[in-house]
Structure formats: structure tokens, C-alpha cells
Design a binder for this molecule. Structure first.
Ligand SMILES: NC(=O)C1=CN([C@@H]2O[C@H](COP(=O)(O)OP(=O)(O)OC[C@H]3O[C@@H](n4cnc5c(N)ncnc54)[C@H](OP(=O)(O)O)[C@@H]3O)[C@@H](O)[C@H]2O)[C@@H](O)CC1
Ligand SMILES: [K+]
Length: 450
């Protein structure tokens, strides 16, 4: 973010100009929400506080009654300029008088624990029944890691300035932000490798499509059949033209439109397979270990999930084509993988990136803050439904990602599309769904992206 702002300034746009765009853009949102009601703006000592003075000034000029509380005078030249433009009284402390409160205490410059008067203000904000708006990031948040450095009110709206920061996609920060909106300030974000995932759009199959061209996905089942059946049911609705379940199990409950291949070795050898999925319900014994080795040997685009992630280690990966593989670990599986590959880091984000770097795999670390890392890219996602916290939803995700992978063979794109489809299916299936409800909801979810 600092580099993008520096580039804009080098190209002739002053910091003051950027701050005015940010403050005025944010004020437009605030005016919509406030709808005429008086507004309190809390201003800190840096440029986040500077944004606050621009917001206060813009709202005043629109006829809003504005209270500004600033415990410390602005310390940067640009924030001082903003303060000088706001000709109305500023209180050093006081009660939050108004029904809408805008928090401009700290942005991405917060570098240590919030203490003293700033801490008191954030505490007051926490218990106040006002509509709470965070400017750029909530002021008690470290914007690179999403970790908490001060009191964290539950905001109704967070307005990211110029670009999304990593905290907008990371727990625990993201849970406090309420709705999130981006205020553009004209920065050139081309080449940003770490970004919020953009909503994808899908197309109907090509006019000359047939089932193989749309992709043949082979799902290799294991000892516990339910999980791979769930993955298959989701995969059949997520784009692949042909989903085959490779299993020696007799499958009395498999739907009629799911092909079950009993000769697993023969079906795995099928040159027409576009993608493979292995792991859900696979168990962690020697049989599963041999199966994983066999799957990797095929060097096809492949999704590894669940038990396969407990079996994966550097020896197993030897000879595999990492560029075609994606892994979809939850928190526990991520810890197991980090252990196996000698990765240690404090934050989930660093663990995911390091694991990607060490293995060359595309890593989709699922959870309340899903992180995707592959190649040089990191993607964050809008918050998904918390109803996804139920058994079997990971199998459904693996099926969806594998189905997308069968269609085009690009692991990063498949993961990104998979997360969106999964979250949309959850939204449509909510509240309180089972994993098979979720798998069925992939069908209407597809329609949302066409
Ligand atoms: N650059 C640009 O082009 C644009 C930037 N923009 C905006 O600027 C924001 C970043 O501004 P920033 O870098 O000035 O940092 P900011 O978040 O205001 O805080 C730093 C200040 O707080 C202080 N401080 C830190 N921790 C503290 C603590 N615990 N307790 C007490 N004090 C503490 C620290 O001073 P210190 O005491 O460390 O000397 C410093 O004074 C960004 O999020 C966006 O909103 C937009 O206008 C668009 C254009
Ligand atoms: K803030």
C-alpha cells in the first residue's frame, strides 16, 4: 500500500490530494448511512486522523452537524493541513454524542498496543449504541496481520481506502468489520500479488461441448465411503462433464447419474481423466498411502484433501508435478503439513505462504478466513457463512474445486472459483444445513455466477 501511494506521489499526485480523495470518498458513504443524523469523528495523530478531518470538513459542508474528538494534535504535515482546513472546534476528549461514529484513530500506521486516551475512546465506542464506521481498518487492528492491538468494537461498516489490506481478509480482524466497502483513490494496483479475490463469472458450456471436453473428474474413494460420495455430488453440479467415483465399495446409495468404477487401477490409468481428487474418507493407513503415491504418479491436475494431507510429506511429493496440485487443508491439516515440511511461522498467513514456497503446491487454507496461495499470488476472500462450520462441508469444497480443475486444469483458478461457489451455496442453503444440503445448493449457486 505504501509502495502504491509512493508511486502515485512520484507520478505527481500529492499525499494531500490522495487524502482528500480518500476522505471525500469515505464521506459519501457516511452521508448515505447517516442520512442527515449528526456524526462524531474520532481523529488520531497520523494520516488516518487526517482522513478524519477531511471527512468532518466534507460532512460539515454538506450541512451535517459534526463533533470531532482528537486526543492528540496531528503529527504529520498532511494531517496538519487537513486539520487546518477544518475550521470548526475540535475537542480533546468528551462523550460520543452522536448516533453515527466514525473511527479515524489509526490506520495502517498502528505499530504498538493502543493505550491511554485512545484506548478509552475505543472502549467507549465498544459500548456505545451508535452506528460504527471504521476508516481504512478498525483502529485496534494491525493491518498486515489482522491481529488485535487494542479494544475492538463491533463495527457496522469498514471503508478500506485505496486498496484492501491483508487484515480485511484475516481473522480476528475481519469478524469485527461489519460490511466492507472499498473507496478508490486512483492508485495503480496493477501487479499487486496479494489481493482480495474478485467475484468470478462462469460461462455456459461451449456450443460444441461434450462430457470429456468439459472435463472428466476421477474421485478416488477410500475406506470411509460417505465423504467421497459427498464430494462427488457437489462435483457433478460444479462444472465437470463427467464425474467418476473410483471405488471397490458396492455403493448402494450412489445416485444413478454417478458412474462408479470398481476397477480402481484401470480407471486411474484412463488417459481421458482431466483431474483427480483424493483424500476425503481415505483413512491414513498403508493402503491409503499407496493410493496417494499412485495418484501422484499420474502427474494430473489433482486436489488432495483430508486424510491425504496427513499422508503427504517431502518423500511422497518427490517426482510429483507440484504445479498441478492443490491442497485444501483446514487448520489442523495445515498444522500437520507444516510439521511434515518443516514450516514454522506465527500467523496462518505466513504458514500458508511458507508452505507454498517450500512445496510449490497451490495451498487453499480453508476456514473462517480462507487464504489461497499459489505461484506468487495470495488471495483473500469476503467472509463466508458461519453455518459452514459443520462436518462434511470440506468434502463438498474439495469436490467443487476438483470439478473446476477438471474443466481447465489451473489449480489457482479452480481454488478461487471453488471458494466462491462454496460460499454462495452456503448462502443459498442457510440457515442450518447439512453437507448434503450444501452439495445440492451448488446447482443454484452456479446460476449466480453465469
Ligand atoms: N499515505 C497516503 O498517501 C495516504 C494515507 N491514507 C491514510 O493514512 C493512514 C496511514 O497513516 P499513517 O501512516 O500516518 O499512520 P496512522 O495509521 O494514521 O497512525 C500512525 C500515527 O499513530 C501514532 N501511533 C501508532 N501507534 C500508536 C499507538 N499504539 N498509540 C498512540 N499512537 C500511535 C504514530 O505516531 P508515533 O507515536 O508512533 O510517533 C503516528 O502518528 C492510512 O491507513 C489511511 O487512512 C489516506 O489518507 C490515503 C493517502
Ligand atoms: K481507523
Amino acid at each position: 500500500m505504501r509502495a502504491a501511494e509512493r508511486a502515485a506521489m512520484d507520478a505527481g499526485t500529492s499525499e494531500w490530494e490522495l487524502m482528500q480523495r480518500a476522505g471525500e470518498g469515505a464521506a459519501q458513504w457516511i452521508a448515505r448511512v447517516a442520512a442527515g443524523r449528526p456524526v462524531t469523528v474520532l481523529c488520531g495523530p497520523g494520516n488516518n486522523g487526517g482522513d478524519g478531518y477531511v471527512i468532518a470538513d466534507t460532512l460539515s459542508k454538506k450541512g451535517y452537524q459534526v463533533q470531532v474528538i482528537a486526543p492528540r494534535e496531528p503529527g504529520t504535515a498532511t494531517a496538519q493541513l487537513a486539520r487546518a482546513h477544518f475550521a470548526v472546534e475540535v475537542e480533546a476528549e468528551g462523550q460520543l454524542r452522536n448516533p453515527v461514529v466514525v473511527d479515524c484513530l489509526f490506520g495502517y500506521g498502528l505499530a504498538r498496543q493502543v493505550e491511554g486516551k485512545f484506548k478509552d475512546l475505543l472502549k467507549k465506542l465498544s459500548i456505545n449504541h451508535c452506528y460504527k464506521i471504521a476508516i481504512d481498518v478498525p483502529s485496534g487492528i494491525e493491518s498486515d496481520t489482522g491481529s488485535v492491538l487494542g479494544p475492538l468494537p463491533q463495527y457496522d461498516l469498514t471503508l478500506a481506502l485505496g486498496a484492501w489490506k491483508q487484515a480485511h481478509g484475516l481473522m480476528p480482524a475481519t469478524a469485527s468489520m461489519g460490511a466492507r466497502r472499498l473507496v478508490p483513490i486512483g492508485l495503480d494496483l496493477e501487479g499487486f500479488t496479494s489481493t482480495m479475490s474478485a467475484r468470478p463469472s462462469f460461462a455456459a458450456p461451449a456450443p460444441d461441448a461434450h462430457k470429456y471436453r468439459r472435463g472428466l473428474l476421477a474421485i478416488v474413494a477410500g475406506a470411509m465411503p460417505g465423504a467421497s460420495l459427498l464430494a462427488a455430488e457437489a462435483a457433478m453440479l460444479a462444472g465437470a462433464g463427467y464425474v467418476k467415483l473410483l471405488s471397490e465399495h458396492p455403493w448402494p446409495n450412489a445416485p444413478a447419474d454417478l458412474v462408479v468404477a470398481k476397477d480402481v487401477n484401470e480407471a486411474l490409468d484412463d488417459a481421458r481423466n482431466s483431474a483427480l481428487l483424493f483424500g476425503p474418507g481415505a483413512a491414513r493407513d498403508d493402503v491409503a498411502r499407496c493410493r496417494l503415491a499412485q495418484v501422484l504418479e499420474k502427474r494430473k491436475p489433482t486436489v488432495l484433501d483430508a486424510d491425504a494431507l496427513h499422508l503427504l510429506d517431502p518423500d511422497m511429493l518427490e517426482g510429483a508435478d507440484a504445479t498441478k496440485l492443490c491442497i485444501t487443508p483446514h487448520e489442523g491439516e495445515l498444522a500437520k503439513l507444516c510439521d511434515a515440511f518443516g514450516v514454522t511461522a506465527d500467523s496462518k498467513l505466513d504458514r500458508v505462504r511458507l508452505l507454498r514456497d517450500v512445496t510449490g503446491l497451490t495451498v487453499l487454507a480453508k476456514g473462517p478466513d480462507t487464504i489461497l496461495a499459489g505461484g506468487a499470488t495470495t488471495r483473500f476472500f469476503p467472509r463466508g457463512s458461519s453455518w459452514l462450520s459443520v462436518a462434511g462441508t470440506g468434502d463438498v469444497l474439495a469436490g467443487i474445486v476438483a470439478s473446476r480443475l477438471a474443466g481447465h486444469g489451473d489449480p489457482l483458478r479452480a481454488c478461487e472459483e471453488g471458494v466462491w461457489l462454496h460460499q454462495e451455496a452456503a448462502r443459498l442453503a442457510s440457515p442450518a444445513f447439512s453437507a448434503s444440503d450444501l452439495a445440492r445448493a451448488v446447482k443454484p449457486a452456479m446460476a449466480s455466477f453465469l
